[in-house]
Design a protein around this ligand. Sequence first.
Ligand SMILES: [Zn+2]
Length: 271
Amino acid sequence: VTCAQFRESAWAYALGALEPEEKRELERHLSEAVAHEGCHAALDRAFSATAALSAAIPPIQPPPAAWDSIQSRLSASGMRAPARVRGRAPWLVAFAAAAACLLAVAQSLTYRRTIVEKNAQLAQLGAAELERQACARELQALKSSVEMQRAALAMLELPATQVVPLGAPPGTHTASRGSALFNPEQQKAVVLISALAPAAGKDYELWVIRAGRPTPAGVFKPGLDGRVITQVDPKILQAGLPEIFAVTLEPEGGSPAPTTAPFLLGRVQKS
Ligand SMILES: [Zn+2]
């Protein structure tokens, strides 16, 4: 296993989608005392993004048929479906559905690579792609903020995507937390925040900060579940690399410049 191969498989590893032998080979590579080319970072990113995803899936109860259809599709394609979740918090169900889809995506990518390498069984390439599309549709039906979630899921597949954790600035405290998924190559960013308290007569505002100058990047209210998923206008990112993502509480409708100190901050790593 080379570092490039490891990085390609980090997602599948984080999702537990590998065969035991593949998994052992990756672990062997990770423990090798060589100058790794971003292997540990790729694995960290994959793990923290799956955690961020679990925090961002809104708690909804999918119809029972939805799960059955995901499960039968997974088993039809020879994939192991996770055990059905009963009587748990609704978000667990939603997360399990999302995880199953991610698993299918990761597996279809692995299948595709194997198939291309062997240059055979091209028909299955189409099947894996159909599988991936079917899962994307299933997620669409299950989720309310569909477009955002699809953007987030699509971004998570890209190796260049950075997961920027958003937390309380030093010396402050907040129950809220979040992640900004930022892809410098595509100049796209999706921000996921959880545990946002409703604030009557106020709005939350996202800021992209460059050279100490904040640019307004979206005004939002938390959903009933305290969660928010929002996409940053690409025009804001095209104007230059963001250094910091920040969130403030503002008068209703938002402000052209922050009127309160940020309670969530995340610094983008320079690559
Ligand atoms: Zn390596």
